[in-house]
Design a protein around this ligand. Structure first.
Ligand code: UD1
Length: 381
């Protein structure tokens, strides 16, 4: 009898991670039975539906439609709505990815019901508890039964927190599985600008540009920090046009704080949140990417494009030690110095980290087949 795994997604960065995992679990001589649950944490078409279409993710079997709210409201509402689903679906395990509120909420409910928890992208640590995602990571890992890591250092982080090595499997990066399979279909930057109504002359004759993304609460919820970062980017845009696909929360903060002129008066082109293939197209040909996202630090390393991280730390250190990433923080002078260095002598070249080879989800499937072989199906009580 095939084992049933309930896969959870909730927010934009989950979608590119779950796509190859589901595909890998569904093939082989004894495919897993997959139930896909969407918590509804992200719900806008631009943050949600278009990823399912582009990445060929099956329609979710269940949607909890939880929507936005404070961390407590969002997390507790997911938990409340998830519990009866587990009672009904009776999976052998749930599989969660990444570090968003949906990840910890569903892991917590399942663990307390005695259902096995599988965590993909375990063990990453920024050691910055001011980041909500760091709390989600630490707690999810503590209650997971099987943990899949993207870089070797993650296993050491987990070991220090008392997690037995037998539970941890270094398999590589599933997000890079998606990147490698989708790269040939990336949308050209000129098409993206055209669709957004931006004249291609915005890029100038050299087609050299920077891409900016910004959405971390630490950067966008504080008027002084957001103002300083946007002023710094405005200066960068004097040497290089900046394309800025804007997250909904960032747009509402910029509008609310009255900072929109820092964009409109600079050489910055604002775009709506982009789909996966569009974002890939924007990043792949960029001179550099400036970001506070976690996933983009990894994607730029895989693409060999210089990345400037607008944070004071990273939970993905391999992107700095082996990849193209430089941590610049939010100090305008430091940001400008890194930008100048890239413009003058080129950015870090980097290399693809171990197992970022497009096969991570197949390794996960192999481990799970082996692991489930050792556990009987959960008894219905
Ligand atoms: C969440 C994740 C973050 C991830 C990010 C990617 C947590 C704690 N954070 O942050 O790790 O990098 O997703 O985007 O889970 N909103 C919309 N439409 C949507 C979704 C959100 O307008 O479809 C707006 C709402 O105003 C909402 C705000 O964005 O209040 C924040 O959304 P939320 O899901 O709480 O967190 P993110 O900032 O997106």
């Amino acid at each position: 009898m095939s084992k049933k795994i309930l896969c959870v997604v909730g927010a934009r960065p989950n979608f590119m991670k779950i796509a190859p995992v589901i595909a890998a679990l569904k093939v082989g001589p004894t495919p897993f039975e997959i139930c896909l649950l969407h918590t509804g944490q992200h719900y806008d078409t631009a943050m949600n539906d278009q990823f399912f279409t582009a990445l060929n993710i099956p329609r979710p079997n269940i949607n909890l439609d939880v929507g936005s709210g404070s961390h407590a409201v969002q997390t507790s509402e997911i938990m409340r709505r998830f519990e009866p689903v587990l009672d009904q679906e009776m999976p052998d395990a749930i599989l969660v990815v990444g570090d968003v509120n949906s990840t910890i909420a569903c892991a917590l409910v399942a663990a307390k019901k005695g259902i096995k928890v599988i965590h993909v992208e375990a063990g990453l640590r920024s050691y910055d508890r001011a980041m909500p995602e760091e709390i989600n990571r630490v707690l999810t890992d503590q209650i997971s039964d099987i943990l899949f890591t993207t870089e070797r250092e993650a296993e050491e982080n987990l070991h220090r927190e008392g997690i037995e090595r037998e539970r941890v499997h270094f398999v590589g990066n599933v997000m890079i599985d998606t990147l490698k399979s989708q790269l040939p279909y990336a949308t050209p930057v000129t098409t993206i600008l055209d669709q957004a109504g931006v004249s291609p002359s915005f890029l100038g004759s050299k087609k050299a540009y920077a891409v900016l993304t910004l959405h971390r609460p630490a950067n966008v919820d504080d008027v002084a920090v957001l103002g300083a970062v946007l002023s710094a980017i405005g200066k960068v845009s004097r040497s290089l046009p900046v394309i800025f696909p804007i997250h909904p929360r960032t747009r509402s903060r910029i509008e609310g704080f009255g900072l929109m002129e820092l964009i409109t008066l600079a050489n910055i082109s604002l775009l709506p949140p982009q789909g996966y293939l569009e974002m890939l197209g924007l990043m792949k040909d960029a001179r550099m990417v400036l970001t506070d996202s976690g996933g983009i630090q990894e994607e730029t390393t895989a693409l060999g494009v210089p990345c400037i991280t607008l944070r004071h730390n990273t939970e993905r250190p391999i992107t700095v030690t082996e990849g193209t990433n430089t941590i610049a923080g939010t100090d305008p002078e430091k940001i400008q110095a890194v930008v100048n260095e890239i413009l003058q002598i080129g950015g870090k070249v980097g290399k693809a980290p171990e197992f970022w080879d497009g096969k991570a989800s197949h390794r996960i499937a192999a481990v799970l087949h082996d692991w489930f072989g050792r556990f009987p199906r959960r008894q219905v009580t």
